[in-house]
Design a protein around this ligand. Structure first.
Ligand code: M6R
Length: 647
């Protein structure tokens, strides 16, 4: 989704903005741009114009290409001529000395209007002296645009964003913050914005339902959509909250807010009553190295290999092997009778696995709702505990579901990987996974650590009898080494991935708690290799999808040795009879399976309750190597974004 970075400091901002934009590439984008405030500018005749101006550069495609617009920046590849921005002075607009310590930049993930240079951010007002970058969606942009057009404003893009600089221009009388405040009172929707104005040595930043952080440096400050953008420069951050407006300059940060309290829904949108607030400074526990590829070809492969460590970190301090107990900081209030898990995408697959595990071990009624479909029908509100699962903690659909649940009186818990993310400020309780930063768009280590968190929660609600009898803690303890074994067998998965990469369609099938694992395997394959893959509960395939079976449709089957094994063999035989090739994931030592399938991916032995961990890692590798064989851009799949911050 869109990425935002802004700089206010004593250094030349262009190289910093470009490098930071590269750190935001993982969020997914289609175009990008930069606006910088230039103190003075040399004309072509060599005269100095002392009036500060704004220069904007933007383009379709990669940040690396945008860098070519800045030939004079040391250390950046390129050398092309500056790209004048539409609607600006058509003459070359190369940056002239002296440079600028104030600028904003953006990676765009198109929502309103095609992917084009004119739709890329930053957007300008009519005078070209106010520039805005925006993440989110302005719902009433069309009526605002019509109104502003009638007033004489001229628009040069199809975006919803462009109304913001024009609204600011409408209200601007020398007080930038006041104009931004009044402009925001006119808009409905979600936003994280940063405003740069030629006449001011400060940035104005504001958020509502889209993430925005301030990075604190020494004589320099940053504003960004996430911490990955600033980790090169600082680990000290402030998380802005909904309704905040921040003024950020080289040496100061001040924040005002119109929200009444943490996590409460913004019900007073139209108010102009902002009051100064203090937001706590936090130190990010992630290192820069963790957010770099560290010699791996792709972030996804690195993150797949980091899983044993990520599991260890997430388990750390929570299990006692001697007492066979789990200790967590999460309280289950008396009177809570059922649990609803809300999440999107991969996180919803973790939820579906947890539904099975909690149901089996805790005998608690538990349901999973895809967050965009969350409603509170059939819920006894004050007796329901709603868990929001989101690795990023910024997925808007999940945030809205948790907000709604909380407003209606449900107890709420967030399970997330990102310290300080929005979900941590909405839910009453938080359980952190400790996967470290995940940069690849495909969720891998965050998925496995979500499973760890959910298993820990399930175990903490299970009766002592079950915990003692079933060796569950021992199962958790073994996980890192068993996952390592799957990783050690990666070479053996490559030929199967190569084979799979030649097809255009595939089915993934599972039963019981491995049905959501099949869903996750299919999602991984389709998102990074662009092979159309669908998951089915193995028993369902014959109720329609059988029509698609045949030599051109391989099937990947989870053949875990549990009570689903025999029915799975029956399904496999039915599939084979229709001519499809079957690749099975089966335990080492299971020789029987060989006679029924075309290929076997071997999984180390483990208690079947933990099989989702190992099967998922094998499926991640299968998807990764299939995508690699097809030459796909694995870390940045087409059209996708790492965190989905729009509805
Ligand atoms: O950050 P979240 O866990 O809330 O993200 C939800 C989905 O967008 C995400 O899991 C997505 O499906 C994965 N990136 C796919 O690999």
């Amino acid at each position: 989704m869109c990425g935002i970075i802004a700089y206010a400091g004593y250094k030349e901002c262009q190289p910093i903005l470009l490098e930071s934009l590269k750190r935001l590439e993982y969020r997914g984008y289609d175009s990008c741009g930069i606006a910088v405030r230039v103190e003075s500018r040399k004309s072509r005749r060599g005269r100095i114009n002392p009036t500060p101006t704004i220069e904007v550069y933007k383009d379709v495609g990669r940040v690396g290409d945008l860098a070519k617009s800045f030939p004079q920046i040391q250390g950046l590849k390129g050398g092309g001529r500056g790209t004048p921005v539409d609607g600006q002075d058509a003459r070359p607009t190369r940056l002239q000395t002296p440079g600028s310590g104030l600028g904003i930049a953006h990676t765009r993930w198109a929502t309103h209007g095609e992917v084009s240079k004119s739709n890329a951010h930053p957007h300008l007002d009519c005078s070209g002296r106010i520039a805005v970058v925006h993440n989110g969606v302005i719902e009433n942009f069309q009526s605002l645009r019509d109104e502003l057009t009638r007033e004489g404003h001229h628009f040069s893009s199809e975006t919803d964003t462009e109304v913001i600089p024009h609204l600011i221009e409408r209200y601007y009388d020398g007080d930038l913050e006041g104009a931004v405040t009044r402009a925001l009172a006119d808009v409905r929707g979600t936003y994280a914005i940063i405003v740069l104005a030629a006449g001011h040595k400060k940035l104005v930043a504001a958020r509502r339902e889209s993430p925005l952080i301030i990075g604190i440096g020494d004589r320099e400050n940053f504003v960004a959509s996430d911490v990955a953008a600033v980790l090169d420069y600082t680990d000290r951050v402030i998380y802005l909250e909904d309704g905040d407006i921040a003024l950020v300059s080289e040496g100061s940060i001040s924040i005002t807010s119109r929200e009444s309290g943490r996590g409460t829904p913004d019900s007073r949108l139209q108010t102009l009553d902002y009051r100064p607030v203090q937001r706590e400074e936090q130190v990010i526990p992630w290192s820069l190295e963790e957010a770099q590829k560290g010699g791996y070809e792709h972030f996804m492969l690195k993150e797949i290999h980091e899983q044993p460590k990520a599991i260890e970190n997430t388990l750390s301090g929570h299990i006692s092997l001697i007492e066979r107990t789990v200790s967590l900081n999460v309280r289950k209030e008396a009177g809570l009778e059922d649990i609803v898990l809300v999440a999107c995408g991969t996180s919803s697959h973790a939820a579906l696995i947890a539904e099975y595990v909690i149901g089996k071990l805790c005998h608690l009624p538990v349901r999973v709702k895809v967050a965009s479909e969350f409603n509170c029908h059939e819920m006894a509100l004050e007796k329901t505990w709603v868990w929001g699962i989101s690795q990023s903690g910024e997925t808007l659909d999940t945030l809205r579901a948790i907000k709604k649940a909380r407003t209606l009186g449900c107890a709420t818990l967030a399970i997330t990987n990102v310290p300080g993310s929005s979900i941590t400020r909405i839910a009453e309780q938080v359980f952190y996974t400790r996967a470290g930063p995940e940069i690849g768009v495909a969720a891998t280590k965050t998925f496995l650590t979500q499973l760890v968190a959910l298993y820990l929660l399930a175990f903490s609600f299970a009766s002592p009898d079950i915990m003692n009898a079933e060796g569950l803690i021992e199962g958790l303890r073994l996980l890192p080494s068993r996952v390592r074994q799957v990783l050690d067998g990666a070479e053996g998965i490559i030929p199967h991935a190569r084979h799979l990469s030649r097809y255009d369609n595939a089915f993934f099938i599972g039963r019981g708690l491995n049905y959501p694992v099949a869903m996750e395997g299919a999602l991984k394959l389709k998102e990074i290799s662009y092979i159309h893959a669908e998951a089915y509960a193995a028993g369902e395939l014959k109720h329609g999808p059988f029509a698609l079976l045949g030599p051109s449709t391989p099937v990947v089957a989870m053949a875990t040795r549990d009570d689903t094994y025999e029915p799975m063999l029956t399904s496999i035989k039915e599939i084979k009879a229709r001519g499809s090739q079957v690749i099975a994931l089966a335990e080492e030592g299971d020789e029987d399976i060989e006679q029924f399938v075309d290929a076997v991916i071997r999984i180390p032995p483990i208690d079947p309750l933990f099989s989702p961990f190992l099967n998922s890692v094998a499926l991640q590798l299968l998807a990764y190597y299939a995508a690699k064989e097809r030459g796909c851009p694995i870390d940045l799949p087409a059209n996708l974004a790492k965190s989905v911050t729009v509805p």
